[in-house]
Design a protein around this ligand. Structure first.
Ligand SMILES: Nc1ncnc2c1ncn2[C@@H]1O[C@H](COP(=O)(O)OP(=O)(O)OP(=O)(O)O)[C@@H](O)[C@H]1O
Length: 547
C-alpha cells in the first residue's frame, strides 16, 4: 500500500541534506580551514600591532612578523573565497541535477502526489537558498576565527577583560537565540507562502484565457490569492528582518555599553589603561566579523527551512524505479516484439487525498497481438488508470502483468515500457524528433497524411512550430508516435479534438493502416459512432471491466 505524502520533513533530514552536499565537503572544508587560518592571522597581526603601539617602539622583528602575518592572512582569506565561489556554482549545478534526476526516476504516482507547484518552488527557491548559505561557509569561518582570535588576545591581555567580553558575548547570543525562534517561524511561513505563490503564478499563466473572461475570478486570483501570497511573503520577511535589525542594534548598544563600563570601572577592576585601549581596538576590530556572523543568521534560517523542503522532496522520491536509466538507449538494441500481453487480477488504489480515493480492479485482460482494442466507459470509470497500469507507469498494488508469458517485474518495467507509444489525453508535445535520420525522412509523408505539411516543417530534427490549433498539435503527437514505430500504440481520446472529417480518417483509415503494419492498438474512445472500427471493445465501470 502506498503512503500518503504529508509533506513533513523526514526524521533523517540532516543526513539527507549532508548526503546531497557530500561530494563538496573536501573543498568546502579546505576553504573553511584556510578561512580560519586567514582570520586567525589577521587577529595575530592586530595583536602584533597593538603590542608595538603599547611598547612605543618598533622591534627589529616587527616588519618580518608584519609581512608574514599579512601575507598568510591575505592568502588564506583570498584562496578560501576563490575556492568557495568555485564550489558554490558546482553545488547549485549538482543539487539541480540531483533533484531533477530524482524526479525523472521517481514512480509517476509519487510525482502526481507531490504536486507540480511544490516541485517548482523547491527547484526554483530552495536549491539557491541552500547553496547561498553553503558557499559562504569560508566567509563565516573567517569571521568566526577573527572573533575567537580576538577573544584569545583579550585573555592574554587581561583575564578580567576576557571574562567581561565573554559575558557580553553570552548576552548577545541569548538575544540571538531569543530572536531566532521568531525568525524560524517567520521563514517557515514565508516558505509555505512561496509554494502558494508558485501555484498562483501557474494559475495566471495557464489560466490566462479563463482569467480574461471572468473578471471576478481575475480579481480574486490577483487581489486575494496571488496578492495574499505576495503580501504574506513581504510581511513575514519584513517581520523577520525587523527582529534581526532590532537584535543587531541591541548588540551594538551592548558593545558600547560594555566599552563604557570598562572605561568607567577600569581602576576598580584593576585593569591597566593601555590594556583597556588595546581591548577597545580589539572589540571594534571584531565588531565587523561579529556583525557578519549575526547577518548570516537570517540566511541560515532560510537555508534551514529550504533544507527541510529539499530533504522532504528527496525523501518523497527516495525510491526510484529500479533500473531506470537517464542515459540514451544503446544503439542497436533490439526492437521489442509483442506476442501476448495480459493483465492478471490487477488492482490499484488511489488513496483519498482530499477526495474519496478510487480503486481499480481486480481486472484481468488479454491483449491480442495486432488487434484494435477499444476501452470505453463513463468519465471516471478508470480507463486512463487501466492503461497507466498496462503501460507500466503505475505499479499494480495487486495482481501482475504478463508480457510474452513472463511477469513484468519492477526491475524490468522500464525496459517493458519500450513496447509502447502513447498519446495521452493530457499529452506533452516535445518539439524535438528523436528517431534515426532514415525514419525521420518519412516524416514529410506523415505530415502530408496528417494534413499538416503546409503548416509545419521539420528543421534540424525539430518541428518548425508547435503554435497550432489543439487538433493540429495532437496530430503532431500522432506523428511522433508513427515515427517511434513501437509495437503497441495507445491512444487516450485522441480523436476528441479532431474535426469530423479527420475523426473519420482516424478511425477508418489511420487505425486500419497501423493495424496492417502489425501494430497492436489500444484506443480509449467516447466516439460510439466509430465503435465498429474496433476488433474488440471492453467496457469499464467503477474501476472494473463490465463486459
Ligand atoms: N492522480 C490521481 N490521484 C488520485 N485520484 C485519481 C488520480 N487520477 C485519477 N484519479 C481518480 O481515479 C478515477 C478514475 O480516473 P481515470 O482518469 O482513470 O478515469 P477515466 O475513465 O479515464 O475518465 P475520463 O473518461 O474522464 O478520462 C477518478 O475517479 C479519479 O478521481
Amino acid at each position: 500500500m502506498k503512503e500518503a505524502d504529508t509533506g513533513a520533513p523526514p526524521s533523517n533530514m540532516m543526513a539527507e541534506v549532508l548526503r546531497l552536499l557530500k561530494p563538496f565537503w573536501p573543498v568546502v572544508a579546505t576553504a573553511t580551514l584556510l578561512g580560519i587560518v586567514g582570520g586567525l592571522t589577521a587577529t595575530g597581526l592586530l595583536g602584533r600591532i597593538n603590542q608595538t603601539l603599547q611598547r612605543g617602539e618598533l622591534t627589529p622583528g616587527f616588519w618580518l612578523d608584519f609581512a608574514g602575518l599579512l601575507s598568510v592572512s591575505v592568502a588564506g582569506t583570498s584562496v578560501a573565497g576563490i575556492l568557495n565561489s568555485l564550489v558554490g556554482q558546482k553545488i547549485i549545478a549538482s543539487l539541480r541535477k540531483d533533484i531533477s534526476s530524482r524526479i525523472l526516476r521517481a514512480p509517476l504516482d509519487a510525482i502526481e502526489r507531490y504536486r507540480s507547484h511544490r516541485l517548482l518552488a523547491t527547484l526554483n527557491n530552495d536549491i539557491d537558498t541552500v547553496s547561498a548559505f553553503t558557499f559562504n561557509f569560508s566567509t563565516y569561518a573567517i569571521a568566526l576565527a577573527m572573533a575567537l582570535g580576538g577573544l584569545v588576545y583579550l585573555l592574554w591581555l587581561s583575564r578580567t577583560l576576557f571574562v567581561f567580553s565573554v559575558a557580553f558575548l553570552a548576552t548577545g547570543m541569548l538575544l540571538t537565540a531569543f530572536s531566532r525562534h521568531g525568525w524560524m517561524k517567520d521563514y517557515e511561513g514565508v516558505r509555505d507562502a512561496q509554494d502558494d505563490l508558485q501555484k498562483q503564478y501557474r494559475a495566471i499563466i495557464e489560466g490566462a484565457k479563463e482569467l480574461r473572461i471572468n473578471q471576478d475570478r481575475r480579481a480574486r486570483v490577483f487581489g486575494i490569492q496571488l496578492g495574499g501570497a505576495v503580501d504574506a511573503i513581504a510581511r513575514l520577511k519584513s517581520h523577520a528582518m525587523g527582529r534581526y535589525w532590532l537584535m543587531s542594534g541591541a548588540s551594538t548598544a551592548l558593545l558600547f555599553i560594555f566599552i563604557g563600563i570598562m572605561l568607567t570601572a577600569r581602576r576598580q577592576l584593576g585593569i591597566d589603561s593601555a590594556d583597556v585601549s588595546a581591548a577597545v581596538i580589539v572589540l571594534l576590530f571584531i565588531k565587523g566579523p561579529m556583525e557578519q556572523l549575526a547577518g548570516a543568521l537570517p540566511v541560515m534560517g532560510q537555508a534551514f527551512v529550504s533544507m527541510k523542503k529539499l530533504a522532504a522532496l528527496s525523501a518523497a522520491f527516495s525510491n526510484p524505479e529500479p533500473d531506470i536509466s537517464l542515459a540514451p538507449q544503446e544503439v542497436g538494441e533490439p526492437v521489442l516484439s509483442m506476442n501476448s500481453l495480459a493483465l492478471e487480477q490487477v488492482g490499484y488504489t488511489f488513496l483519498p487525498d482530499g477526495g474519496t480515493g478510487f480503486s481499480l480492479g481486480p481486472v484481468s485482460l488479454d491483449i491480442r497481438a495486432g488487434e484494435i482494442l477499444f476501452i470505453v466507459g463513463k468519465n471516471g470509470s478508470g480507463k486512463t488508470t487501466l492503461i497507466k497500469l498496462l503501460l507500466g507507469l503505475y505499479a499494480p498494488d495487486r495482481g501482475r502483468i504478463l508480457y510474452n508469458g513472463q511477469p513484468v517485474t519492477a526491475a524490468g518495467r522500464d525496459a517493458y515500457r519500450r513496447l509502447f507509444t502513447t498519446v495521452f489525453a493530457d499529452y506533452y508535445l516535445f518539439d524535438e524528433i528523436l528517431v534515426d535520420p532514415v525514419r525521420a525522412r518519412e516524416s514529410q509523408r506523415y505530415l502530408e497524411r496528417l494534413d499538416l505539411a503546409r503548416k509545419v516543417r521539420i528543421q534540424n530534427g525539430r518541428f518548425s512550430t508547435t503554435d497550432l490549433s489543439t487538433g493540429q498539435r495532437k496530430r503532431l503527437a500522432l506523428l511522433q508516435a508513427y515515427l517511434e514505430d513501437r509495437p503497441v500504440i495507445v491512444f487516450d481520446e485522441w480523436a476528441a479534438d479532431q474535426d469530423p472529417v479527420f475523426r473519420q480518417v482516424f478511425y477508418t483509415e489511420l487505425l486500419p493502416d497501423l493495424k496492417r503494419r502489425g501494430k497492436t492498438l489500444i484506443v480509449i474512445s467516447h466516439d460510439d459512432r466509430y465503435f465498429s472500427a474496433a476488433d474488440r471493445i471492453i467496457y469499464m465501470a467503477d474501476g472494473r471491466i463490465a463486459k
